[in-house]
Design a protein. Structure first.
Length: 153
């Protein structure tokens, strides 16, 4: 069983953090990442979970569209930057289908560290904007299968 942790793409600056939209740079990042996955088929999720923040929702929508797939988009509680990763980790550990989780830092680094190493701190991963890490369930913990970021493509 695999999950894909995705940091939202680059967003415009703004006073109201919850409604900051994607920037042109962010849309380009999504196109780059989507082209990579269209070519290799490695992002297998048919359901994309995202935080309630506009930039995460828009990243999930545009990534799905650019991949050319029909996926289910689901706003999920517990994905805000300041949320505790234990809540979402429990839910992910019960999954029986692959999902992509589109969120924010520092939450995603803490979540990935918790899933892989059993504790959220210190953070073992760095999520650049629009980066994707694939984790696969291995017993009680998860292992990293690969990581991709726009700067690597």
């Amino acid at each position: 069983m695999k999950i894909y942790l995705v940091r939202h793409a680059h967003a415009l600056d703004g006073k109201e953090d919850d409604i900051r939209p994607l920037s042109g740079k962010g849309r380009k990042q999504i196109r780059q990442v989507a082209a990579f996955f269209r070519d290799n088929g490695r992002l297998e999720a048919r359901e994309f979970w995202h935080s309630p923040l506009v930039r995460a929702r828009d990243t999930a929508q545009e990534l799905a569209r650019e991949l050319g797939r029909r996926v289910k988009l689901v706003e999920v509680a517990g994905l805000r930057p300041e949320d505790k990763p234990t809540v979402l980790a429990k839910r992910l550990n019960l999954l029986r289908r692959p999902v992509a989780v589109v969120g924010h830092e520092p939450h995603l680094s803490a979540l990935a560290s918790l899933l892989v190493a059993g504790q959220p701190r210190p953070a073992l991963f760095e999520f650049k904007k629009c980066a994707v890490i694939c984790l696969e369930k291995a017993g009680r913990h998860w292992v990293v299968r690969w990581q991709v970021a726009p700067g690597l493509l």
